[in-house]
Design a binder for this molecule. Structure first.
Ligand SMILES: [Mg+2]
Length: 363
């Protein structure tokens, strides 16, 4: 069910080595035991853990549940944008611009989202950014137009020709690689289990793993990360994935904050995302900005929710057709100067030791 009915103007529509052979054999034995216990893996795709593009229910009285975004919220949206000198529109990729698909390599943004994003990115008073768990290199090949890319959950930032990588993530990339290589071996007997090394982080994909085998994948992955990652790495759940990354106090929300600080005063941030890793970004933009959660009925720090990537296109189209016109770039006197700096191919992220250092200090 689509809640987007914004009728208003054409809201158009410690060790770092590999596992020893003995240890690997122990893991394989464990898998065999699990397999024997379950007799065989179910072939159906369960939907209990992290539903895919979940269908939202109607409004609820629980304030922790985002309200379905409807035309009734237009006055609120307009009022927020009317206080802005600039807009920062940050978007997650999978499940937000692109529908979730079984093969992550096949993920692509919807045609409508591509068009809407291009239109929005062309506006002088808007800065667009993709904030994804994918590597920066990967997500850059899948969507054009944004001036800023934050890959690996914000651990790497690309702005114009500049690239910044969180120093702790850079230092621990080798550890991530060792864990990923080990997991490829350990999980090899599990049907459809796939390990992706994204250089700074790693992902274990379980979307098409038979439901009966998923607990085994989770347990083995946890074991390998604990043993080989020690205190340097952490394991985080996502939508039918397990994320392995440096155990640092830095996430998507920090990346959004960092981008926000580079923009004019009175910039209103908007964040749209669909997963638990997007919650820190919602917290970073709320309440002065606008957080929109895609799918699901669970509590969220976002104020609003929409059902699907198709609804995201409606939001972007409304922003482009109507929302942007409410923004007054002359509200902030520094606006012109800052944008001029950015458009000179600035090295702002190369010169962001303060933020990175803060993060490292919090580890
Ligand atoms: Mg996502």
């Amino acid at each position: 069910m689509c809640h987007i009915q914004l009728a208003e103007p054409p809201l158009a529509a410690p060790g770092t080595g590999r596992l020893s052979n003995d240890r690997t054999e122990r893991y394989r034995s464990e898998i065999s035991i699990q397999r024997a216990m379950s007799e065989q893996y179910p072939t159906t795709e369960p939907t209990t853990e992290h539903p895919t593009n979940e269908t939202s229910s109607g409004p609820t009285d629980d304030p922790s549940i985002p309200a379905p975004l409807t035309g009734e919220h237009l006055p609120q949206l307009r009022a927020t944008l009317a206080d802005a000198s600039h807009l920062l529109v940050c978007l997650d990729f999978d499940g937000t611009l692109a529908p979730i698909v079984n093969d992550p390599d096949a993920a692509a943004p919807t045609t409508e989202n591509v068009a809407a994003l291009a239109s929005l990115a062309a506006a002088d008073s808007v800065t667009t950014a993709i904030v994804s768990g994918r590597s920066l290199v990967d997500v850059r090949t899948r969507v054009d137009d944004p001036r800023i890319y934050a890959g690996n959950h914000g651990l790497e930032l690309g702005w114009s020709e500049s690239l910044a990588i969180h120093p702790a993530a850079r230092e621990r990339a080798t550890r991530v690689e060792v864990v990923c290589e080990t997991l490829e071996n350990v999980l090899d007997p599990i049907p459809n289990a796939r390990v992706e090394n994204k250089r700074l982080t790693g992902t274990v994909h379980v979307r098409t793993v038979p439901s009966g085998a998923r607990p085994v994948v989770h347990r083995l992955t946890r074991s390998v990360v604990d043993r080989l990652g020690g205190d340097d790495l952490k394991l985080s759940p996502g939508k039918r994935i397990l994320e392995i990354g440096p155990d640092v106090n830095w996430g998507k929300g920090d990346a959004v904050n960092l981008i926000h600080t580079q923009l004019p005063d009175d910039t209103v941030p908007i964040y749209i995302g669909d997963d638990v890793t997007d919650e820190s970004a919602f917290r970073s933009v709320e309440p002065t900005g606008i957080g929109i959660r895609v799918g699901g009925t669970e509590p969220s720090a976002a104020s609003y929710r929409v059902d699907s990537p198709n609804d995201v296109a409606r939001v972007l189209e409304w922003l482009s057709a109507s929302g942007v016109s409410l923004v007054d770039p002359y509200r902030d006197d520094s606006h012109g100067d800052r944008l001029a700096v950015q458009r000179d191919g600035d090295q702002c992220f190369d010169g962001c030791p303060k933020q990175w250092s803060t993060s490292m200090a919090n580890e």
